[in-house]
Design a protein around this ligand. Structure first.
Ligand code: GLA
Length: 806
């Protein structure tokens, strides 16, 4: 029992308290505990609304009286719930869910148009049940209760103004300190009702001045952290792309004003949903903050015919008093344990080589085999053929929808190619974009009605393709069958499921015109059916989600696909920031990251191969460049990198990730430090990365996190050989003969002579490594160089390995 029974007045304890984490501690008072947090609410006496009491650090609750807001007279210029309820106004009560029309004028949880045209709703508490295990939603993916130890509270509410009935589902995942919430609304009457908004979560905090953090962006610029102080008005994070989007990820945070990475009250929220979402934080006139999250109400409506139910996506929330790091750790373990499922959940993921940036659409069997052979020599496990293999797909204007192999490019179809790759000792993976269609395709000729566009109206285009109408069951069936054919046509071990445009003209020809505002949500439901069916048919395939990079990086996708391509941007410096920011809400095991060529194809920046590897290693490592045209030095480096990654793969994929230092937090806004630590704390990998060199800045200290304070560890870095050409004409300070920079002699000498860079090696206690840190050897500062100096130039980085001494 987490609520200490001796702290609760005997007569307040209901006899049927039977579960560990959720209890009704007194009539109508519900307390949900996780290992380190408490959430509480109660049924209000006169109006039977649900008053939110507390969410935060774990507490004992002895007398609920002290947690209830005390009101004697409602403030002026407000409305009271009903005559006789003079003491309060709903505008200033913290509510678990709330509607318009009864005095509360804040962001509503739920809106509907009733048969008589009115919109005031008046939901009152009806009953509750507390269960072991979890009632799942029937239309949407939800958190996975693998060990069946989650506990669930279901509150039923009934609207006094209509025949709507509402179930609020609360589920406790105690070890991760996560509580999830979802809602099922049912029309129990005989007339149609229009649902115009249904959130998944509402929390009313009794304070203001929270910092609301969201992650904004665009293509190749995902996950920019934006912090806004909520001290008046309303701040909204939302997407309207039809996807969860790279514009605004559904993961957001609310933190007390002075919270830091490791200190302070922080709340993290996410939504198990891949469509348009909405998160808002609003201050009311009385200094309280309302947070809501759910499906974006913009252009949303759902017709509830008699007997119809509608489910809101499951919202995920966590609290930690240990700053942003605290909620990240909770979210990381929650996603690993309760979102990702299936055969690959705990399996180490293969190091892959993807053909996209090596050859784009210009692929054929001979070229692919050549690339794959190089990959094999360097240690690649899985060879992935990206776009360009089907129909007349020579650019992005053709053939989406025609999932037949182009036999000119791949004679004999997929099988001979896959067999050869398998014979080389590698697995084979393939790219598909099942939700899309080009007008230039046989599918379009056959089924123009399957496209999501508005008849007789001009259509807005994106990447020369249109979106298939996944609201239509025939289209879903077609996708399932077309993909089943592809996936079963050869020995395919991996599928990259792409989706490369955003929704413009929301319209489905398969549903009636009065239901067109259901399209956004119905599309997502159709998508989930396809994903559910195909992952069930092909459980052994490793699926990777992708939507022009991170345009659909969310928990809904992760319920089916264990990993997602985080961004089309493979520039190491941009990626370092993007991956840092994903880590606030997602674990390393879902973030796919590749080493690509230089100049980088998205930024034209040149970064060292060491840094490209170091950044991509903190996640699921792959390569995406032309291995056939690499220099020998690069090939040698990659071979070593892959071997190294495989040695540390478990820590780098499934370890707990800590942001030791972000660019923002560094004195020069320049340096970042990461560490990934194994579950048993016996192994860790750290990394330090610099954007631009700062003149005469010798000092750097690497601090670990997450280690066992009392254990002794070996901390070390690897040998780094620096090409002598990196020192330019300074070579003459050590050369007996004068060498002209970039001359033939310089080039020849550089083949045989390299410089050592400083190496670290210490034996230290966990607490020393974490709290004092390792003072790294000085960086080059223009006054001399030897093997005790760290070569640390623009975009340099270094990895550190930490192993517990036996
Ligand atoms: C998208 C993906 C890329 C690549 C191309 C292929 O842009 O994000 O990785 O697969 O499509 O067309």
């Amino acid at each position: 029992m987490d609520i200490k029974a001796d702290n609760i007045k005997e007569n307040e304890i209901k006899e049927e308290i039977k579960l560990d984490y959720i209890s009704e501690i007194a009539d109508g008072v519900f307390v949900l505990n996780t290992d380190n947090t408490t959430y509480a609410f109660r049924v209000m006496d006169d109006c039977k609304y649900l008053e939110h009491l507390y969410y935060g650090r774990k507490i004992h609750i002895s007398s609920v009286d002290g947690l209830i807001e005390q009101h004697s007279f409602a403030p002026g210029n407000t409305t009271i719930y009903q005559s006789g309820s003079d003491a309060y106004t709903l505008e200033d009560v913290r509510l678990e869910m709330s509607c318009i029309g009864k005095g509360d004028i804040r962001e509503p949880f739920l809106e509907a148009v009733l048969p008589d045209g009115s919109t005031s709703l008046d939901f009152q508490y009806e009953s509750s049940s507390i269960n072991k295990g979890k009632q799942e939603l029937s239309t949407l993916p939800t958190a996975y209760d693998e060990n069946e130890d989650a506990e669930q509270l279901i509150i039923t509410m009934k609207d006094r103004n209509s025949d709507l009935s509402l179930k609020l589902l609360y589920c406790v995942f105690a070890k991760c300190d996560v509580i999830t919430k979802s809602v099922i609304i049912e029309n129990c009457g005989n007339e149609n009702i229009r649902l115009t908004r249904l959130m998944s979560n509402q929390i009313d905090f009794d304070s203001q001045d929270f910092v609301f953090t969201c992650f904004k962006g665009a293509w190749t610029r995902e996950m920019n952290r934006c912090d806004s102080l909520v001290n008046g008005g309303k701040i909204v994070n939302s997407s309207f792309t039809g996807t969860s989007s790279n514009r605004a990820n559904p993961f957001v945070m609310l933190a007390e004003k002075n919270a830091t990475e490791t200190n302070g009250d922080c709340y993290g929220f996410n939504l198990i949903y891949s469509g348009n979402h909405y998160e808002a934080a609003e201050i009311n006139g009385y200094g309280k903050t309302r947070f809501v999250q759910g499906i974006n109400p913009q252009n949303f409506e759902f017709l509830l015919c008699p007997g119809d139910e509608f489910e809101s996506p499951e919202a995920v929330m966590t609290y930690a008093c240990g700053g942003y790091q605290g909620i990240s750790l909770n979210m990381q373990s929650f996603v690993r344990e309760h979102i990702v499922r299936g055969q690959h959940k705990r399996k180490e993921r293969p190091v892959l080589l993807n053909s996209w940036e090596a050859s784009y659409f210009d692929i054929d069997k001979a070229g692919l085999i050549k690339l794959a052979k190089e990959g094999k020599k360097l240690g690649i496990d899985l060879f992935v053929m990206d776009d360009g293999w089907f129909g007349q797909r020579n650019d992005d204007s053709h053939s989406l929808g025609d999932w037949e192999v182009n036999t000119k490019k791949l004679p004999g179809g997929l099988n001979p190619l896959v067999k050869e790759i398998n014979d080389l000792g590698m697995e084979f993976g393939i790219w598909v974009e099942p939700e899309m269609i080009n007008v230039n395709s046989e599918l379009y000729e056959k089924h123009p009605e399957w496209v999501m566009d508005i008849p007789d109206k001009n259509h807005s285009e994106g990447r020369n393709q249109r979106i298939l109408d996944l609201c239509n069951k025939d289209v879903q069936d077609y996708i399932i069958e077309a993909m089943t054919n592809v996936f079963s046509s050869a020995n395919i071990s991996y599928v990259k499921w792409d989706m490369n445009r955003i929704v413009s003209d929301y319209y489905s020809k398969s549903i009636s015109k009065d239901r067109q505002k259901e399209v956004g949500h119905r599309y997502v439901l159709g998508l989930y059916r396809c994903m559910r069916e195909l992952t069930k048919r092909f459980p052994e395939i490793l699926f990777e989600g992708c939507a022009s990079g991170g345009n659909r990086f969310d928990l809904g996708i992760l319920c089916y696909f264990p990993q997602i391509w985080a961004s089309d941007n493979t520039d190491a410096i941009c990626r370092a920031e993007i991956q840092t920011n994903y880590s606030y809400g997602y674990p390393l095991s879902v973030i796919s990251a590749h080493v690509s060529g230089v100049p980088n194809h998205q930024t034209l920046r040149k970064t060292p191969i060491e840094t490209r590897f170091n950044v991509a290693s903190f996640g699921l490592l792959g390569y995406e460049c032309n291995f056939c045209e690499l220099s020998k030095d690069d090939k040698d480096a990659i071979k070593e990198q892959i071997a190294l990654y495989k040695k540390w793969r478990k820590v780098l994929q499934f370890g707990t990730f800590y942001r030791v230092k972000t660019f923002d937090a560094d004195a020069n806004q320049n340096q970042l430090q990461w560490i990934a630590v194994s579950d048993d704390k016996k192994q860790a990998v750290g990394c330090i990365l610099q954007k631009l060199v700062v003149a005469n800045w010798q000092y750097a200290c690497f601090k670990a996190r997450g280690l066992d304070e009392n254990a002794l560890y070996n901390f070390y870095s690897l040998d780094r050989k620096i090409n002598i050409k990196e020192f330019g004409s300074l070579v003459n300070t050590v050369s007996p003969i004068h060498i002209k920079q970039d001359s033939l002699v310089h080039n020849v000498v550089s083949k045989f002579v390299s410089m050592d860079s400083a190496k670290e090696e210490h034996c230290m206690y966990g607490d020393e490594l974490m709290y004092a840190g390792v003072k790294l050897k000085q960086a080059f500062s223009g006054t001399g160089y030897n093997d005790n100096v760290r070569y640390f130039q623009d975009f340099s980085s270094q990895m550190f390995f930490i192993e517990m001494c036996e």
